[in-house]
Design a protein around this ligand. Structure first.
Ligand code: NAD
Ligand code: UDP
Length: 317
């Protein structure tokens, strides 16, 4: 355990969500005081119920689109629905969460001189014309489509982070997170890994959107959380943006076949229409993360997927 003098007070917004709950766990294990602020839009108390007895963990119901006045040393800003189904449910609120949320959390960081990390996304690259994606690529994003509330909200949040840094000297860190999966993903949140596993376990058809030739790169949650912590602890002059993800690239059809094989499912594949603006390819170039943070993922899909499957089996799905 850390002594009082080295114990940091850390705010995790969106701390009751999938990534946030794992991050809170990791920060507590490192001996810090963790304040989790969440409005429970997609996160649940179940995700952090096991942390509640810990006196160094505090849970606060709060919507980041409203100002927050707390005293902290570091802020991880994760609050935002991440699955297309959820972020398209109330697109105006999604943009507000990214933009007003960033303004409020950056304002807090400025007032209390805290370091602040933004959970940005590979979606800032849109449907990328550069492959694999490097941080200097500006992206190919539709500003008026159904994914724009998320993509443009996150892009604007990045702008705000860099302007608070340049204008007020706020210490910022921007992580561009690529598709991440693992235990505590919401079984109904519509993301591909959780959808396929739940469908396979129930023997329901595996729903592939389009022909399944689009690619994604899947990072196991423990690797991703390690990258976020390393980024927060990096030298103050390193702001990012930095890609965090697993460069292993798979088609959605590959993923479906793996899930069926690993679960021993009898599910058949069913092809459905491809949603608009669905990116055709995605794979992070992680050389910057490797060079500056000494970070690369350790858990390949063939190791991580069975762990996620075990979790969903335990959910009774
Ligand atoms: P999640 O939906 O499980 O978690 C998001 C959390 O934010 C939830 O607990 C939700 O209740 C909370 N939240 C939403 N709006 C809020 C608001 N206005 N005020 C307070 N809390 C609010 O999603 P996740 O996968 O854990 O994603 C966490 C962060 O990482 C998000 O910002 C997301 O954009 C980013 N990210 C995730 C991935 C991924 O693959 N998981 C990829 C790229 C970026
Ligand atoms: N997808 C799919 N079937 C599903 C859910 C998603 O084929 O049941 C596809 C989706 O069209 C996209 C990919 O899987 O091409 C990843 O989707 P997800 O929603 O997980 O994340 P994102 O598109 O934001 O990367």
């Amino acid at each position: 355990m850390r002594s009082y003098s080295t114990r940091k007070r850390i705010l995790v917004t969106g701390g009751a969500g999938f990534l946030g709950s794992h991050l809170c766990e990791r920060l507590l294990a490192e001996g810090h005081d963790v304040l989790c602020a969440d409005n429970f839009f997609t996160g649940t108390k179940d995700n952090i119920a096991h942390l509640l007895p810990n006196p160094h963990f505090e849970l606060m119901r709060h919507d980041v689109t409203f100002p927050l006045f707390v005293e902290v040393d570091e802020i991880y800003n994760l609050a935002c629905p991440a699955s297309p189904v959820h972020y398209q449910h109330d697109p105006v609120q999604t943009t507000k969460t990214s933009v007003h949320g960033a303004i409020n959390m950056l304002g807090l960081a400025k007032r209390v001189k805290a370091k602040i990390l933004q959970a940005s996304t590979s979606e800032v690259y849109g449907d990328p014309k550069v492959h694999p994606q490097t941080e200097d690529y500006w992206g190919n994003v539709n500003p008026i489509g159904i994914r724009s509330c998320y993509d443009e909200g996150k892009r604007c949040a990045e702008t705000l982070f860099f302007d608070y840094h340049r204008q007020y000297g706020v210490r910022i860190k921007v992580a561009r997170i690529f598709n991440t999966y693992g235990p505590r993903m919401h079984p109904n949140d519509g993301r591909v890994v959780s959808n396929f596993i739940v469908q396979a376990l129930k023997g329901n058809p595996i729903t592939i959107y389009g022909e399944g030739k689009q690619t994604r790169s899947f990072c196991y949650v423990d690797d991703l959380v390690d990258g976020l912590v390393r980024l927060m602890n990096s030298a103050d002059d390193f702001t990012g943006p930095v890609n965090l993800g697993n460069p292993g690239e798979f088609t959605i059809l590959d993923l479906a076949n793996k899930v069926v094989a690993m679960t021993g499912s009898t599910s058949k594949i069913e092809f459905k229409p491809l949603p608009s603006d669905d990116p055709t390819q995605r794979k992070p170039d992680i050389s910057l993360a490797l060079r500056i943070l000494g970070w690369a993922p350790n858990i390949p899909l063939d190791v991580g997927l069975p762990r996620a499957i075990d979790y969903f089996r335990g959910c009774g799905e």
